[in-house]
Design a binder for this molecule. Structure first.
Ligand SMILES: [Zn+2]
Length: 152
């Protein structure tokens, strides 16, 4: 579960043409410090890299699992995060010392896929009914106040 395996060496790519890497990573690298976003299970990632002109091209697929509180009942909910064949290009100007670490890229792409709101039970939170009743009552009150002259 070492993260060094996600380092690409430009010289090696020049010699071999392309490189494919498949790894399972411990999820700590995804830690954001946010209480409402956790990653507990291992992250599986596959990448292919090759050079095109003065550019490094990376094709990346990954699977991770985010744990986020349901927006209605607050129960921690598992959300699968799937990246499939995302292409990233990195110009040689951004590459220093002949190597490129893919881990920050992987982290960024996974975090971008994390939804802002999550509802448990595949979008049918059992607490939804309670909330609906509450909302309905609110709505009724509103309707009443919008007819200020109805008693005249
Ligand atoms: Zn819920």
């Amino acid at each position: 579960m070492t993260t060094d395996t996600l380092t690409l060496y430009i010289d090696r790519l020049r010699a071999d043409g392309s490189e494919e890497i498949e790894v399972t990573l411990s999820p700590e690298f995804l830690d954001t410090g946010e209480r409402e976003l956790r990653f507990a299970s291992p992250v599986h990632a596959e990448l292919e890299a090759y050079l095109a002109d003065e550019t490094l091209v990376i094709r990346l697929s990954a699977e991770a699992e985010a744990l986020i509180p349901c927006k209605i009942c607050n129960n921690e909910t598992s959300v699968p995060i799937v990246l499939s064949d995302l292409y990233t290009t990195v110009s040689f100007e951004e590459i220093h010392g002949g190597l490129y670490h893919c881990l920050p890229l992987l982290r960024e792409l996974i975090l971008l896929e994390v939804p802002a709101f999550v509802e448990c039970n595949e979008g049918l939170c059992p607490s939804r009914e309670e909330i609906k009743q509450y909302l309905k009552k609110e709505g009724d009150r509103k309707a009443e106040s919008q007819q200020p002259f109805k008693d005249l």
